[in-house]
Structures are given as structure tokens and as C-alpha cells.
Design a protein around this ligand. Structure first.
Ligand code: FAD
Length: 491
């Protein structure tokens, strides 16, 4: 027997990933009754199949690589990783794929949880199919926030994909044991991070990139440094290739390659690879295929475009919001949570009839989504970037002064590794003399990134940055070197 139930809240949030949780937290804190709908685990992709488990796998790999370059430590760091201990750490960081802790947090925050699959059902209405097959009808007095995230996008032109049983980011982050041989298709963040982690855990990794470089969204030197280190670690990197066929026979994956673009198949195996698993790290797709978008005049399967207040403007009435991965503004947990804080403030303001303040850097505008999205790629070496890259500046016609510095000349970096390899690039707006983009590539640069984010969002003039004195001998002294280089180039 199935049940039907109707409940009314101020706010209904669909999806209890990091972003949905934060929207609900902010609206509840503003005194608005809020229910959150979740079809899998409270905590979303980030907690169980993305950020947390991937970084748990990478931390020992990166630390061992760093330690191996420190005089006196190298012999101690030379041995293999303790795979069982690394995987146990990963399991703990993924909370053993159990969401009790996060459900408890929802309770303490005063947020109601409705388990099941949520679908929009016309304006301000959500119908939830519950795990027992019942239906709960939720009505929202003020707002519905769609926070359903994204899933792995698999190639749609490769025959026999289901029988191939490929890995996606989910299997790559939750595998019970290392595969003997792993083919990774892709050149972006997931591909390079998973190649780093699994190669360090003893897997023979082959990485297939369609283009001519890794991390193509970032400054070219970032991908070049990562490619060098991956090769040194033993990863077989192949550029300018695409998968022509892939099939699983007798438990093995057999892949044939064709050249893409200007690429050529030069490998001695003639572009035929045999592996135990194949991972497609070929992008993300919005989870909007079955969330009732058609009931509000939108197209199922599309990304949900919003304005800077995270409102879906294609739907009249200012009641529908799309927050986090699903709006494609910046597919990162911290950026989705930033959007969630803004959405909470927007919903609360509208509920109280307070006019929105949507000017640049105002409480109701996600300005950082377009001006300062920080991202760290946890490869060896780490890549940390925020704001514009040179290619983006060129594409958008933005005039910038490019300042480069070799991190291998910074005293703090040499303390880290006497043969430190890395590079920093700052993009400076020549008219306003403020920093608009920074990329650091090198071991240990991840924690440096927030300084760049503050410089960009604060629009701090270069003249004032001279007074922000980096301590000696830290890698952050690169700021001083970038300022000196800029001064010398512009005098
Ligand atoms: C391998 C990997 C590593 C990553 N590492 C990092 C990192 O280090 N740092 C970082 O910032 N970002 C990282 N990301 C990106 C990060 O995981 C996402 O940006 C983040 O999870 C987005 O959060 P979200 O809440 O928008 O979506 P999700 O985390 O995808 O959560 C969406 C939730 O909605 C639920 N849901 C979906 N549809 C429905 C429905 N119809 N009804 C009810 N519930 C529904 C889902 O079950 C899920 O729980 C990584 C991504 C991958 C793939």
C-alpha cells in the first residue's frame, strides 16, 4: 500500500549535497521553515565519491612524493605505500558511506529531512517519491532550491558501454582495491588526480588525452609540470588520441585508439591497450533529467541558468533557485557553498519584502563566481589558481599584464626541496593596477592560494600589496618576487 501526504514549508530544497545543506542551513537560520529532500546519502557527491575520498587517497601519495625530495628523508620515503592503511583512511574520510552523522547535523540545525526522489510539480510544489513507493507533496510558501548536483558524463558515441562496465569518478574514488592496470580517459582534474593516486598505490596507469596537454582549462605550465611528474612516476601518458572501441572480454578491458586532431598513434602497441579497468573522466552532466523541469516550462537534462542572485530567471515569480553544480557556474564544493550562503540571504530578503542588493560584491550577488573562483588540483605538483588565466583574458578581450616567476628561485621553496620545480603567474589589470588572476604550480602551494583570492576579491592595488610582507623563508615570498618583476617590467 502506498501513502500520500501533503506538507507546507517556507522553503523546499531538493538535494542534500554540501550545497543543499548550506542553503537549508541559511534559510533555517533566517527563521524560515525548511525541508530538504535527498534520494541517496545526505552529504552528496563531495562527501562520499568526490572531494573527501579523493583527497584521502591523494594525501599519502603527495606527502611521499614531497618527502622523497627532502635530503635525509628520501630513503625512508622510498618504499611502497601501505595500501590497506590508505584505503582504510579513505573509508573513514568517506564516513564508510554512511550518512548518520550528517542526518544528525540536519536535526541539530532544525532542518527537516525527507528521503526520496524529488520532482518539481508546478510552481512552488515538489512531489517526492519515497523509498517505500509513497508520495509526499511538498509546498513552498517562498522558495524551491534545486541543488541536485552533477554526475559523470559518459561518451554517448561509444558502442557497448553498458557491457564495458567502466569506472566513473564514483568507482575511482571508492574502489575496494587498486586495479592492476587502469586506463584513464580524460585530461582534466579528475583524470590527473586519479592517475596520481592510483599510480602511487601500485596501479599501472595509462592516461589518454584527446588534446595535446593536461589540465587544458589552466595555464599551460600547470599541465606541463603535472605531465612531467606523472611520467616520472611511471604513468603512460598518450596525447592526441580518442577511444575508438572498448570492450570487456574475459574480465579484461581491450581498448583501441584513433588519433584525434593532429595526434598520431606512435605507441609500439599500435594503439591497442589491455587493462583491468577503464575510467571515463570526461566531464560532468547536470542531474536534471528527472526532476520535473517540464512542469515549470524548462527542458529536462539542461543545466539550470541563473542570474547572480542564483534565481532561475526563465521561470517567472522569483521562487525557483538553482545552486551548486547544477547551475554550471563553478563545479566546486566551496563555490557552491558560497552560492548557498547568497541564496539563503536572497530567499530571506524576499520573504521579508526587503529589496535585494545585487551590485558587484553585494550580499545578494555571487560576484566571485565570475571574478575569483579558487581551485586546487591535488596532483604532484599541486596546482592552485584563482581568477583569470591568460587564455580567458584573451578570449574575453581583457587587457592584462602577465608576470611570471620561477618558484625554484624562492628561498622558502628551496627549503621545501633543493631542486624545487614550480612556477607562479599573476595577471595584473594595467589600468586599475590590481591582481585579476593568479596561478601557482608547485609542491605545497595549495595553502598559498587564499592570499591570491583575498588580493583579487579585495581589489587591492599593487602599491598596497608591497606592504603585505611575506615571511622568510616561506613559499609565499613569491608575492614579493612577482611585485618586483612587475615593477621592473613596467618602469
Ligand atoms: C572525483 C571528484 C573530486 C572532486 N574534488 C573536489 C575538491 O577537492 N574540492 C571541491 O571543491 N570540489 C571537488 N569536486 C566537485 C564537488 O564534488 C562538487 O562541486 C560538489 O559535490 C557539488 O555539490 P552539490 O551539492 O551541488 O551537488 P552534489 O554533491 O552532487 O549533491 C547533490 C545531491 O542531490 C541529491 N539529488 C539529486 N537529485 C535528486 C532528486 N531528484 N531528489 C532528491 N535528491 C536528489 C544527490 O543524491 C546528492 O546527494 C570533485 C568532484 C569529483 C567528481
Amino acid at each position: 500500500m502506498t501513502t500520500e501526504d501533503t506538507r507546507t514549508y517556507d522553503v523546499v530544497v531538493i538535494g542534500a549535497g554540501p550545497v543543499g545543506e548550506n542553503v537549508a542551513d541559511r534559510t533555517t537560520a533566517a527563521g524560515l521553515s525548511t525541508v530538504i529532500v535527498e534520494s541517496e546519502l545526505v552529504g552528496g557527491e563531495c562527501s562520499y565519491w568526490a572531494c573527501e575520498p579523493s583527497k584521502a587517497l591523494l594525501r599519502p601519495a603527495l606527502l611521499r612524493a614531497d618527502a622523497g625530495r627532502v635530503p635525509g628523508l628520501a630513503p625512508a620515503a622510498a618504499g611502497p605505500l601501505d595500501t590497506a592503511a590508505v584505503l582504510a583512511h579513505r573509508d573513514r574520510m568517506a564516513a564508510h558511506w554512511n550518512d548518520d552523522g550528517q542526518v544528525e547535523w540536519l536535526k541539530t540545525a532544525g532542518i527537516d529531512l525527507q528521503r526520496g526522489h524529488g520532482r518539481l510539480d508546478g510552481p512552488r510544489r515538489v512531489a517526492v517519491t519515497t523509498p517505500d513507493g509513497g508520495t509526499v507533496h511538498l509546498r513552498a510558501r517562498h522558495a524551491v532550491a534545486v541543488c541536485t548536483g552533477s554526475g559523470a558524463a559518459l561518451p554517448d558515441d561509444l558502442p557497448g558501454l553498458a557491457a564495458l562496465r567502466p569506472w566513473t569518478s564514483r568507482e575511482a574514488t571508492s574502489a575496494r582495491r587498486p586495479a592492476g592496470r587502469l586506463v584513464i580517459v580524460g585530461a582534466g582534474v579528475v583524470a590527473t588526480e586519479m592517475a596520481t593516486a592510483w599510480q602511487a598505490l601500485g596501479t599501472e596507469v595509462t592516461l589518454l588525452a584527446r588534446g595535446s596537454r593536461l589540465l587544458p582549462q589552466l595555464e599551460p605550465f600547470a599541465g606541463e609540470l603535472v605531465a612531467d611528474r606523472l611520467r616520472e612516476a611511471g604513468v603512460d601518458l598518450r596525447f592526441g588520441v580518442t577511444v575508438a572501441t572498448a570492450a570487456r572480454t574475459d574480465g579484461e578491458v581491450r581498448v583501441t585508439l584513433t588519433a584525434s586532431g593532429d595526434g598520431r598513434i606512435t605507441a609500439s602497441d599500435g594503439g591497442r591497450i589491455v587493462a583491468d579497468e577503464i575510467l571515463f573522466a570526461t566531464g560532468r552532466a547536470p542531474r536534471t533529467g528527472d526532476i520535473g523541469l517540464e512542469t515549470v516550462g524548462l527542458t529536462p537534462g539542461d543545466w539550470l541558468a541563473t542570474d547572480d542572485s542564483l534565481t532561475v530567471t526563465a521561470v517567472p515569480g522569483d521562487w525557483l533557485y538553482a545552486v551548486g553544480d547544477v547551475n554550471r557556474r563553478a563545479l566546486l564544493t566551496h563555490q557552491g557553498k558560497y552560492q548557498a550562503r547568497i541564496t539563503g540571504a536572497v530567499i530571506a530578503a524576499r520573504a521579508c519584502g526587503i529589496p535585494l542588493d545585487t551590485g558587484r560584491w553585494s550580499p545578494h550577488a555571487g560576484t566571485a563566481d565570475t571574478a575569483a573562483v579558487p581551485q586546487v588540483v591535488f596532483t604532484d605538483p599541486e596546482i592552485a589558481s584563482v581568477g583569470l588565466t591568460t587564455a580567458e583574458a584573451r578570449r574575453t578581450g581583457r587587457r592584462v599584464h602577465v608576470v611570471d616567476y620561477d618558484l625554484g628561485h624562492v628561498a622558502g621553496a628551496l627549503q621545501h626541496d633543493p631542486a624545487y620545480r614550480g612556477r607562479a603567474r599573476a595577471l595584473i589589470d594595467p589600468d586599475r593596477r590590481t591582481v585579476v588572476g593568479v596561478t601557482f604550480a608547485g609542491p605545497g602551494v595549495a595553502e598559498l592560494l587564499h592570499s591570491a583570492t583575498v588580493a583579487i576579491t579585495g581589489e587591492i592595488p599593487v602599491e598596497r600589496l608591497w606592504h603585505a610582507v611575506p615571511p622568510f623563508p616561506t613559499i609565499s615570498e613569491v608575492w614579493l618576487r612577482l611585485l618586483e618583476t612587475y615593477r621592473d617590467q613596467t618602469r
